[in-house]
Ligand binder design. Structure first.
Ligand code: MSP
Length: 532
């Protein structure tokens, strides 16, 4: 029996011209949280990330470093792009590199197929080209340069002068797809999100499309065009195909590749930064339409991490390495902060002050403190064993209702990629339980044996709430929640944390009385304890 189709989420593949900064890690973190959440809904998930290694940008960087481009790419992937996945705890199922044979051969096959279908023709073109974007620009896209670039036209994203590129090469009949793409987006408004991105794509399509030059003859760092090996495939045409080549595009029926393709394609969500929206929402689906392949479910364009009001970038020397933040705050706090503090889709600024403030108030004083207080009280009043609750009263019943609501809100928001809304819902539950602890004051109840049953009810309620928090927060903060699960002694009774179904998290009373609760490590140590 064929496998059910996986929930398939992708990040862009990253240029290996430099090491990752937190802007790149931001996209991967979002993809990872989404992947983990869907796994915890019991879905089969495929989460892909990787590197984009061809093109002039990478080639020139390699040259500037005195290295052949393949060697340069190998070095960067090994020393920077793979390690950053560990740094941020990414749980990707695959990592594709565009120099891998599985990719290059499938790209060539795809291209040959498009040519056979009459979608590719020979032509010539001259126009402004930005190597930073690896894109031909329209004159109207460019800005007038200032200071050292006075008198030149510059790219609005990179702030650097464009070059004039003139080529006789191969073209893809992109212009033929404007109406079909428009019809597709009109029928599927969720196919590009958020709404600002949707509007941008639709209005761009309404202005019509030009055919796209898809090969280059002036340099050779790329995949050879199969029928004209003096040319290499345009880097974006090559790169976009990674999403399909990684899961077996065009493999012969009956092969493992074909089976994987059938069980994975189309992608459910392509996560991209807003700077690369048009490639993903226009060129990519047109390529798929031309090959008569199913279109992705959604392209979601997130905003930029800004520094001083501009996109963070290595070329502008404003890049912060993820490890700088993770070494100080830990990977969980990194993941939490960026998805909680910035509404996904909008731009956001990173500041150490804001991150420290949220770390302290929401993680250390909020969740962390609750978990350690609970363990301390169970140790002190119940010798480390979780008591059975007595009868519930109004405050407990209110918390149980709230948990149900929070679970629904968190799930709905996560499915819409509204990470900050989802996390805010989880946090509202933590706040409510913290308030409950203060109001019920178990340390006062403990002074009088007559309150024994009441004390058990309160202690059980706190620990069962922590059980739910561990399940809800697991996708966002995998490490801290694993510690919580261990402290709660939950695994023997309930199974692994990763196997807990987020859609069932609100069912009260899952943590059985009698489990041993231990005081583990502080989940979110005070910053002065970790400062260098
Ligand atoms: N190689 C192309 C993508 C090809 S996908 C078929 C590329 N690579 S990139 O390394 O320049 O950027 C990859 C992703 O990182 C993009 O989604 C981009 O938006 C994101 N970011 C790069 N800088 C960023 C910020 N300052 N903030 C948020 N995301 C940023 O484009």
């Amino acid at each position: 029996m064929p496998e059910s189709k996986a929930f398939y989420v992708t990040t862009p593949i990253y240029y290996v011209n430099d090491a990752p900064h937190i802007g790149h890690a931001y996209t991967t973190t979002a993809g990872d949280v989404l992947a983990r959440w869907h796994r915890q809904r019991g879905e089969r998930v495929w989460f892909l990330t990787g590197t984009d290694e061809h093109g002039q940008k990478v080639m020139r960087t390699a040259e500037a470093n005195g290295m052949p481009p393949q060697e340069w790419a190998d070095r960067l992937v090994e020393s920077a792009w793979l390690p950053v996945l560990d740094t941020i705890d990414a749980s990707n199922d695959d990592f594709i590199r565009t120099t891998q044979e599985r990719h290059t051969t499938r790209v060539q096959r795809f291209l040959t197929d498009l040519k056979d279908r009459g979608e590719i023709f020979e032509g010539s073109y001259e126009g402004p080209y930005c190597v930073g974007c690896e894109e031909f620009k329209l004159a109207g896209d460019l800005l007038d340069g200032e200071r050292e670039f006075n008198g030149q036209k510059v790219c609005p994203t990179h702030g650097r002068p464009v070059e004039t590129v003139s080529e006789t090469n191969w073209f893809f009949r992109l212009s033929a797809y404007a109406d079909r793409l428009l019809a597709h987006y009109e029928a599927n408004p969720l196919a590009v999100q958020p709404p600002s991105a949707y509007n941008e794509v639709v209005s761009f399509l309404r202005s019509g499309l030009q055919d796209l030059s898809i090969s280059r003859s002036t340099f050779d760092w790329g995949i050879p065009v199969p029928w004209d090996t003096a040319q290499v495939v345009y880097v974006w045409f090559d790169a976009l195909l990674n999403y399909a080549t990684a899961v077996g595009l065009d493999d012969d029926p009956g092969t493992p590749g074909a089976e994987q393709f059938a069980a994975t394609w189309p992608a459910d969500v392509h996560l991209v930064g807003k700077d690369i929206l048009r490639f993903h929402a226009i060129i990519w689906p047109a390529m798929l339409m031309a090959a008569e392949l199913p279109l992705p479910g959604q392209v979601f364009a997130h905003g930029w991490l800004l520094v001083g009001g501009e996109k963070m970038s290595k070329s502008k020397l404003t890049g912060i390495a993820p490890s700088q933040i993770v070494d100080h705050f830990g990977s969980d706090a990194f993941r939490y902060y960026f998805l909680r503090a910035i509404s996904f889709g909008a731009d956001g600024s990173f500041s150490w002050e804001d991150m420290s403030a949220r770390y302290t108030s929401e993680l250390a004083n909020g969740l962390g403190n609750l978990a350690s207080r609970a363990a301390a009280m169970i140790a002190k009043y119940r010798d480390g064993l979780l008591p059975a609750p007595g009868s519930y009263t109004e405050p407990e019943l209110a918390l149980q209702v709230l948990l149900g609501e929070v679970a629904t809100t968190a799930d709905d928001a996560m499915l819409r990629l509204e990470f900050s809304t989802s996390i805010a819902a989880m946090k509202s539950f933590v706040d409510a339980v913290n308030l409950y602890v203060t109001e019920q004051a178990p340390w006062v109840l403990a002074k009088d044996e007559a309150n024994d049953e009441r004390l058990s009810t309160v202690l059980y309620t706190i620990c069962e709430s922590l059980r739910a928090m561990a399940v809800l927060y697991h996708a966002v903060m995998p490490k801290a929640t694993e510690s919580m699960w261990e402290q709660l002694g939950a695994e023997a009774a309930l199974g692994t944390l990763g196997s807990q179904d987020v859609t069932d998290v609100g069912r009260w009373g899952q943590l059985p009385a009698g489990v041993t609760i231990t005081k583990g490590m502080n989940l979110f140590p005070r910053l002065e304890e970790t400062a260098d």
